[in-house]
Design a protein around this ligand. Sequence first.
Ligand code: ADP
Ligand code: MG
Length: 281
Amino acid sequence: MNPAPSPSPAKLSPVVEFRNDVSMTFNKGTARAYTAIHHINFRIDDLPGKGEFIALIGPSGCGKSTLLNLIAGFPAYVPPTTGEVLVRGEPVKGPGRDRGMIFQRYSSFPHRTVLQNVTFGLEIHRRELDLTRDAMNDMAMDLIRKVGLAGHEYKFPSQLSGGMQQRVAIARTLILKPSIILMDEPFSALDEPTRIGMQKLIVDLWHDIHATVFIVTHSITEAVYLGDRVWIFTKGPGTIAVEIKDLIPPSQGVDPLEIQERPEFKVALEAVANEFKKVTG
Ligand code: ADP
Ligand code: MG
């Protein structure tokens, strides 16, 4: 007789969970103590083969970057001041290649070509990944093509436009196939047409990678377009005041502007904008 399959605890753990009132106080115990976020509790369940897009909006300084940094596990953010930050059921103890961060400022190495920038993460983890140089280059070339940079492999970041540099940053992060992607105002420095192009790229890529994405943006339109759910933060000390769920997911291969012109999109946008006004008023 076959034993009943026992559920694997790892599979049942949420992708990310903040519990017991997560807070972050900088310079604790000094006259400069400042609580950036508090009372943060949420769980993002694992949706196998899908992943979720969570968009964070709120006034400047309300702790959005702090929340992303806690998930990333950067040294100053481990552990949180109160509560627990868990990734797949385990307390975050530091950064890991299961989590990739994309910043507003292009974070590529100036002295490396596009190709060398994209292979960088693989080189760092070369031993564990057991990859030859050719295999690393092949993976990078494939991704460079997917982010629309074919033909630019041997250029240096300074030879690229802002939008192209951000494509390099996206490829650098995706090469390690993180299951959690943290994007901190990734398109804020880009002009409007480039920004729309990046939104399309992210939606198209995301259909392949099925990651859970947290994206901070100051564009409510971008939040509603990209997010499956949108969190609106109060001003600092920040907390999640409102969660808007079940937004229409963006379709692959459709121009973001076309979707953003649709009546149902405008209805959703107005609802989120009204909530935003109420919270940040
Ligand atoms: P947001 O991304 O929403 O603009 P942040 O998370 O960057 O906000 O910052 C929240 C608050 O915490 C701000 O007032 C900021 O000045 C403060 N803060 C952020 N990081 C630090 C730090 N390392 N040390 C001291 N204060 C910090
Ligand atoms: Mg920020």
